[in-house]
Each structure stands twice: as C-alpha cells, then as structure tokens.
Design a protein around this ligand. Sequence first.
Ligand code: CA
Length: 404
Amino acid sequence: MTDWLGLAADDPFGISTLPYGVVLIDGQPQPAVRIGGSALLLRPAVQALLPEHADLFAGPNLDAFLAAGPDSWLDVRTAVTTWLIDETYRGQLEPLLRPLAGLPTVLPFSVADYVDFYASENHARNVGRIFRPDAESLLPNWKHLPVGYHGRAGTVVVSGTEVRRPLGQRQAGDGVEFGPSQRLDIEAEVGFVVGPGSSQGQPVPIADFDRHVFGVVLLNDWSARDIQAWEYVPLGPFLGKSFATSISAWITPLAALQTARVPAVPRDPAPLPYLDDTGDSWNLDLSIEVRLNGELISRPPFATMYWTAAQMMAHMTVNGASLRPGDLYGSGTVSGPEPDQLGSLLELSWGGSRPFALADGSQRSYLSDGDEIVMTATAPGPDGARIGISEVRGRIVPALDGPA
Ligand code: CA
C-alpha cells in the first residue's frame, strides 16, 4: 500500500499506523489522524466523505468515537486508509493536512477512571530486591492475579505538559520532613484506552478485549519514591503518584497492532480460568526507548510482561466493576531482564545506590529540575513496516515554595 503523501516505507507513522489525537486549530480542538509528519483534520474530512459518521468527530475530543465501538472504528480506519492511498481524494484532503511541527495537541479524550497495574515480573522482582532484600522478591499473590490500584484520572496530562516536582512528607530518621521530593522518578509504561463501557455486575471476558479497548498510548507514571515509601502502608500508592501521569497525544488503535501480537510468556502456576488466555494472547511486541535529555538510557521490551492487557481488563471487571468509555489503565513499569532494559530510575540506579553517568558528565539517581524524559516505541507492522507509538514527553520544573 502506498500513500499519495510519498512517505518512506519505513516511516513509523505510515499508512499502517494512523493514530488518533486532538490538535488545536486557531485555539479550537479538532480530532485528527496522524499520517507521517502531518495531522489530517477528521471533522471536515468525515463530514464530506463519510457523513454517516460525522457525529463521531463533531465534538472537541475523541470521546464519541471511542464510545462508538469496533464497527465504527473499523469503518473510519478503512475509509481513512482508502482516502490516503487513492489519488482521487488527494485534492479534497490535502487542504485538511496540517504539519505536526508546532501544532499544539491536547488530551485526546476525557479520562474516566485510571487504574495502574504492576505486570512486569522483572520490575516487581527488582522492586522487591531493592526494598525487601532479605525476603522473597515476589509477594505470594503476584503470579495469581495482575496486581493494581486505582489512580487519579484528573491529573492525567498530555505529552509535552511540564511536570512540577511535587511537595510532600517523607521519612527522616525517626521523624518526618516536608518539602520537594528528592527522589522523583519515571515509570515507562503502556496505557490502554477503553471505548465502550460494560454493565456493572457483569465481568468482561478476555475474548471481549478488543471490543472494549480501542488502543494504546505510552504512559509515564511519574513517581516520587520518598513520598511513596512513607505513605504507601497499608493502602498503596497515593500522593507519590497522583500529581501527574503523562500519556501520548496520539492513540494507536489495536487495529494497527495485529502484527505485534506475540505468544504470552510462560506462566507458572497456570492462571485461573478467567485469566486463561491460551490461544488468545494479547502480549504485544513493543520496543520502548527511554531518553533523558536526549540520551538513550533504557530499552524496555514490552513482550516480556507477565500479564497482558486483556488479562488486566478481565481481572479489573471480574468482581462486577464496570468499564466506562475513557477508562485508562497502565501496564505498570516495563522492565526487561537486562541492565539496559529497566523502566525506572529506581532500578537503573538500584535504589539510588548506583548513580549512573550521562554523556554530559553529570550523574543521576533520580530526576533533576529541568530534566526532560521522552519515551517512544515501535512494533512490527505488516510487510516489514514499523508501527510507531507516539512519544510521551515531559520536563520537570522546580517545586513551588511550599508550606514548611
Ligand atoms: Ca506505575
């Protein structure tokens, strides 16, 4: 398939990718689809060429499109693909393309509930070894269920948003201190965006994963380790996580990731029946890269995750909790088995005990003010193509002067 834009065959945002986002045109939000280095404005395109779906892009975001479900998703993707390949449409669509450079993007959907999992065995074991060196690194529940917690939907921000260093309490000897976090960290994750909701009381099986989940984003679950370590007992993460969670501006549809599906990793013990994904694995071969101030610091391999997003969805609803359009759930930090595949600075610096050097000669255990983190990813596409997952970018700005 060749598009009339003349994109290179190896462009990660070629005709096989087509992620959706929202751009600002003269200050007004407009749904768009990304093709190469351009955004195609969907509202006028769909009004003219696919009018039966015009309602899906009439609003300021992707909410109506996400909620419309897989038949509508397929209709739109099929149409957009045709428009960008068939020269017949070129004259009509070229005026609706905008260069991405300098084009502001906003959060592409209204985040409903936000859940964060902990599905990488390498990450969970590393955290166990760092915090509980004398105990078994995995807790007894870990291989029986995807561990997770409910996070704060209202502080999910779009890629490019600055992140202010949070203030909070931390343990200091026998007492407590208050001030800017001194152990501000990243977590390289993949986020899953839910379209159609489900009925309360009705578990959603693994087989229905792609009828509910629309697509993926990269997600940076910024984490203040000192605040987290003091507050998390016994109820889990709270203010150490809730100050900001960054996601890609563009959602890559699952439809673009069919060639990235790979077998699940071996599991022992066998999961309970509602978590059994034999023959229907949604493990995804995403190669993530994490850069700090432009320097590559890690390459976490998503295909090493123990639990898949489909199992997370099944677990999240097995008690009867419902899904809502716009729900977002994160995979948990993605860490591979190798030292250059770790998805957090906590692991890269081994709890701060092994600071690592950057090319400019400076050292890091955790983030400094002014540091910028960019996460990108690619996946195998059809016919040797690469599918790009849009970047998530964020820069740390200094803490406010807080109350003492
Ligand atoms: Ca996390």
